[in-house]
Design a protein around this ligand. Structure first.
Ligand code: GCO
Ligand code: MG
Length: 397
């Protein structure tokens, strides 16, 4: 089998997605997700201008070799643009291999280790009553584990609180006050536990905003509310900082959605400073390296928790769900769901019901791209917000 064409499709059915389609001389095609929220066209160009010419004429079955040649052959290693581009190729090749074998991808990854994939969804409210309504709505949709995000008194707009997308044609400016946040969040969890009882698994995303000592304090303050995890409590490129957090609190920690390679996790995993690795197929270079990360994490009793916001396309999501079903050290899968418009552009075999996902039995990853419909939703420039302190200083978003 030979690759005869590879094309990049940028479509915006409500938000931007970048998809790579690889075609072979035997008529089997594969799809890969290359969406990097807010920097989409950089990856599209990386693929079209620099990667596609290298693929034409090669054997799509040589996934490991292709991955290594794109990673090592670029000389300039790592980084989100490079790794999203490599991910798209990797997933498209796995899609082709599994279709050629007539098997859903999870069968090539070792077969299922469980019947279905547990998810968590997002509840949010600008205040506690609004948050309670949102938790009830999530429970009604079947979710069994729920991430809790709320507004903070005195702040206009905080990460995770609006369901509409945090995108705009210029970055929205949000405001931040660490003291107000640290005082408020434990009260929120106390209220949620009182209302919804001790059993519901609850998660919270700090979104990289604290120093290690502040994160340590928050982890301690939240211990009575028994969180499933505290996510991205610090900007974790400072891996050493997690030692301090870990010394102070038993609240489980999840980190890694902005990481691109296993090297970003080296200290965190080897010293067991975290409990869940959060990378997605799309931002980590594909199924090939993510599988290796999960095996590395497993040795240290760390579980998977694939990043699954709306800005991972159904193609990237599907690839993740196949991994979730197959690996032994699965933890939980984030699932924000998709709009009808997105589902029409990307018809998929994976299903969500009763709080669980299943990748389906369609050969490959089980996602198609409706190219006509995709063309009807052209790219629209969009940025993530920026975050500023009250004196105007830029803070982590
Ligand atoms: C999450 C994430 C996302 C990111 C988004 C940025 O836990 O789902 O933090 O909400 O902010 O993916 O593009
Ligand atoms: Mg997050």
């Amino acid at each position: 089998m030979k690759i005869v064409a590879a094309t990049v499709v940028v479509t915006s059915p409500g938000r931007n997605f970048v998809t790579l389609k690889i075609e072979t001389d035997e008529g089997v095609t594969g799809l890969g997700d290359a969406t990097l929220n807010g920097r989409e066209l950089a990856v599209a160009s990386y693929l079209t201008d620099h990667v596609v010419p290298l693929l034409i004429g090669t054997d799509p079955h040589r996934i490991e070799d292709t991955w290594q040649s794109l990673y090592r052959g670029a000389y300039w290693r790592r980084g989100p643009v490079t790794m999203a581009a490599i991910a798209a190729v990797d997933v498209a090749l796995w899609d082709i291999k599994a279709k050629a074998a007539g098997l859903p991808l999870y069968q090539l990854l070792g077969g299922q280790s469980r019947e279905r994939v547990r998810t968590y969804g997002h509840a949010h409210g600008s205040d506690i009553p609004e948050l309670f309504d949102s938790v009830r709505a999530m429970l009604a949709q079947g979710y069994k584990s729920i991430r809790i995000q709320t507004g903070i008194p005195g702040l206009r707009k905080v990460y995770g609180v609006r369901s509409t997308l945090d995108q705009a044609d210029l970055p929205v400016v949000e405001d931040w006050d660490t003291g107000a946040y640290l005082r408020h969040v434990p009260r929120v969890f106390e209220a949620v536990r009182t209302e919804f009882g001790p059993e519901l698994p609850l998660l919270h995303d700090v979104h990289h905003r604290l120093t290690p000592i502040q994160a340590a304090r928050l982890g301690k303050d939240l211990e009575p509310y028994d969180l499933y995890w505290l996510e991205d409590c610090t900007p974790a490129e400072n891996q050493d900082g997690l030692r301090l957090v870990r010394k102070h609190t038993t609240t489980p920690l999840a980190i890694g959605e902005v990481f691109n390679t296993v090297f970003d996790y080296q200290t965190l995993v080897q010293e067991q400073l975290i409990d869940y690795v959060r990378s997605s197929v799309t931002h980590f270079g594909g199924v090939t390296p993510l599988r290796k990360l999960f095996d590395f994490a497993a040795i240290h009793q760390i579980k998977s928790a694939i990043h699954g916001p709306e800005d991972i396309s159904p193609v990237g999501m599907a690839a993740g769900i196949h991994l979730d079903l197959a690996i032994h050290n699965f933890g939980i899968q984030e699932y924000a769901g998709y709009t009808e418009q997105t589902d029409e552009v990307f018809p998929h075999a994976f299903t969500f019901s009763d709080g669980y996902l299943h990748p389906g039995e369609t050969p490959g990853i089980g996602v198609e791209l409706n190219e006509e419909l995709a063309a009807a939703h052209p790219y629209a420039q969009a940025y993530l917000p920026v975050n500023r302190l009250h004196d105007g200083t830029v803070h982590d978003w």
